[in-house]
Design a protein. Structure first.
Length: 87
């Protein structure tokens, strides 16, 4: 388990991305990291710090599913159904 995507990319063969305790995307490390399909994966990749000091990281507006907040709020493509890659 890691949030360090550089380390994950260099040593993992397969990757599973979890959001709110559920796997939302999984596949080969190259597939998931090069062509993410889920908005949360896109957000994780966008949050990798750049080389410019003081650059703000993007955030993902979310909430706990325990409080009934829908995941559609997270989706930048909320008009499209989100997909999960099969195992």
């Amino acid at each position: 388990m890691s949030h360090d995507l550089d380390v994950v990319a260099s040593c993992a063969n397969r990757v599973a991305v979890m959001y709110a305790g559920q796997i939302v995307e999984q596949g080969s490390a190259r597939q998931v990291l090069d062509t993410p399909a889920h908005p949360y994966t896109l957000g994780l990749l966008a949050s990798v710090p750049g080389t410019e000091p003081g650059t703000a990281l993007p955030t993902i507006d979310g909430g706990s599913t325990r409080t009934g907040v829908t995941r559609a709020r997270l989706c930048v493509r909320a008009t499209m159904p989100t997909t999960v890659r099969p195992v």
